[in-house]
Design a binder for this molecule. Sequence first.
Ligand SMILES: [Zn+2]
Ligand SMILES: [Zn+2]
Length: 118
Amino acid sequence: MNIKKFENQVKCICKNIVIFEIIPEVECDWGIHTIIQCPKCEELFSIDVKCPAFGNIELLWEQNIELYTKHEQISYLVNSLVLAVEIDSSPKAFINSALLAAPPTFIIFSSMLQRYCC
Ligand SMILES: [Zn+2]
Ligand SMILES: [Zn+2]
């Protein structure tokens, strides 16, 4: 993950256009992440994996079309799926939300996984 993209202005879910503060190596119960924090609303997002301790970065993708490439989105979603299986072994809800948001290759990937784990 190239964190340099967060040195540019990003539209936050609070509708403000901000430069996120980057906080590397934040440890939570489920791993170590690089976190970004909005200076206005103070919402925190994990930028490399969806972690239940932090906000949903997919909402930032909706506001900022160019923020993550398709490849980065797929990699984020795959990392998140692996984590979801690790932490609650019922990734069905995650897979359903990924299916709604995801590019076609991830739809194929997640429907394959669904057969094994749900
Ligand atoms: Zn975490
Ligand atoms: Zn904000």
